[in-house]
Write a protein that binds this ligand. Structure first.
Ligand SMILES: [Zn+2]
Length: 202
């Protein structure tokens, strides 16, 4: 997970809502669930909650294009997929704002340029640190790589748990949702899809 920007830089980013208004909204929820917002244990909770959400949603302040704009063209005759597996993330679902921890696996088949491997991990967080649906998260990662590198194809697989159904609602703690998306050469070739998916899993 990438580091937060320094507080000073963070403060320069305009939000339509003030920090105070956001903290007041947390107090409202605390009252709604039956809490006494004046008890000492909750004194700093609204501030902490708001700062925590700034971190959990820090991806809104990141530009996917800037994240992937340093590329390397000296790939000589490398002509095979590049695969990065098990990139951990913690996102939050847009329906409940519940934690959505998971792993992303990325493969792309370069045409004439590649990107530094840490940038693949960062692009996951650019999109994961937002309110998300897993389907959109999967697609947005693939599309960003596709746009930046114009590779022969991209395959992205995501597996995640959804706090909204593991901790409440359906209460199925072990359930994982699997999503995947393919572009370019992976899109129409079933055999290649199977091959790349087994490489992503093994
Ligand atoms: Zn949800």
């Amino acid at each position: 997970m990438f580091k937060m920007r320094p507080a000073k830089e963070q403060a320069n980013i305009k939000s339509p809502v003030s920090r105070e208004a956001a903290e007041e909204a947390v107090r409202t929820i605390l009252r709604y669930i039956g809490e006494d917002v004046n008890r000492p244990g909750l004194a700093d909770t609204p501030g902490r909650v708001v700062r925590a959400w700034e971190e959990w949603c820090a991806g809104y302040k990141e530009d996917p294009e800037a994240t992937l704009n340093t590329t390397f063209e000296d790939i000589q005759n490398y002509d095979q997929p590049i695969i990065m597996r098990d990139i951990d993330f913690i996102s939050h679902c847009e329906h409940h704002m519940a934690p959505m921890p998971g792993k992303t696996h990325i493969a792309y088949w370069p045409s004439d340029k590649i990107v530094g491997i840490s940038k693949l991990a960062r692009i996951v967080d650019v999109f994961a640190l937002r309110l998300q649906s897993q389907e959109n998260l999967t697609r947005e990662i693939a599309e960003a790589i596709d746009r930046a590198l114009k590779p022969k194809g991209v395959a992205v697989a995501v597996e995640a748990a959804h706090g909204c159904m593991t901790t409440r609602g359906a209460y199925k703690p072990g359930a994982m949702l699997l999503t995947r998306t393919f572009t370019g050469c992976f899109e129409s070739d079933r055999a290649l899809q199977e091959q790349i998916l087994s490489a992503l899993k093994s």
